[in-house]
Design a protein around this ligand. Structure first.
Ligand code: B1M
Length: 233
């Protein structure tokens, strides 16, 4: 059977997830859109579709990219397909009837154009009730500072996927310290090459390994900060 003839609806859940990994690998955005919708129709939760079908597929792409089997153009297509699936999940993940629990300014740091993980974090935070101002990719310290001044968020979130760009997080935190702004915001960092120790070393309040942890941590830190502030009034 050729790709065009394959009816995704005839596949079992397990086969469909496997097929979606292949489709992601091949950068087939329409198929990823369809597969995502089918899994949701079958009663899968948005986070299960995200983790098993999409993030799982992207992990395979990442391994072959590292090993020189896939190159930038193919990975861009895979990223595009991933975004097609995320677009279907976005309204569900971002669904919240509650009032805003706080404000977040988030961006991928200067020199870095990876935005899939950052977009997921933004979505999950919206889903947790935050108002999110997304500065996009390649964000320099002045752009972060302007956004802090304009939006006065509770949280500044930074994402980096490259070992060469992650040190820039320290540039941003150091600049906040120099300008006397560090204590006005919670600083959260994340991205595949980071870890707890790096988070502490750059002076962040929290390092988060994934989007779900980021949303939980954000709620927790904002709640704690509000209690501290009310005690000081
Ligand atoms: Co890039 N790339 N890439 N890439 N790319 C990696 C990161 C790499 C690990 C691949 C590899 O070698 N295995 C490698 C980095 C090596 C290193 O630094 N040690 C790499 C490289 C080398 C490069 C280029 C230099 C390649 C080149 O040009 N020769 C180049 C750099 C461009 C630049 O940024 N200046 C490049 C380019 C690209 C594409 C443009 C082709 C594309 C990006 C498309 C896009 O994002 N729109 C791309 C992709 C897709 C990847 C991989 C394959 C996948 C990244 C991804 O989207 N993962 C990646 C391999 C990998 O990571 N396994 C790779 C899925 C996503 C859901 O996970 O982003 O980790 P992640 O986000 C998670 C957590 O980290 C966390 O939550 C997210 C969701 O759970 N998180 C946060 C992220 N940010 C957070 C912030 C938080 C909290 C949690 O708080 C604020």
């Amino acid at each position: 059977m050729t790709e065009e003839e394959l009816d995704l609806r005839t596949l079992s859940d397990e086969e469909l997830v496997e097929q979606m990994h292949d489709d992601l690998y091949d950068g087939l955005a329409e198929e990823i859109d369809e597969g995502t919708r089918i899994l949701l129709e079958r009663g899968w939760s948005a986070s299960a579709v995200l983790n098993d079908a999409l993030v799982g597929g992207m992990r395979i792409v990442g391994i072959d990219f590292r090993d020189g089997i896939l190159f930038v153009p193919e990975v861009l297509l895979a990223a595009n397909a991933m975004k097609a699936g995320m677009a279907v999940l976005r309204p569900i993940l971002a669904e919240t009837g509650a009032e805003s629990v706080g404000k977040v300014v988030i961006g991928t740091v200067k020199g870095d154009i990876h935005d899939i993980g950052k977009n997921l974090v933004a979505m999950m935070m919206e889903g947790a009730g935050f108002e999110v101002i997304d500065l996009g990719i390649n964000t320099d310290v002045e752009e972060f500072l302007e956004a802090l001044d304009l939006h006065r968020p509770d949280i500044l979130g930074m994402s980096a996927l490259l070992t060469t760009t992650m040190p820039y997080m320290k540039v941003v935190v150091d600049t906040l310290v120099e300008r006397g702004l560090r204590d006005s915001h919670i600083v959260m960092v994340g991205g595949a090459p980071l870890n707890e120790e790096f988070g502490r070393a750059v002076g962040a309040d929290a390092y988060c390994r994934d989007a779900a942890v980021a949303a939980e941590t954000a709620k927790d830190l904002v709640a704690r900060r509000r209690i501290l502030m009310s005690e000081h009034v």
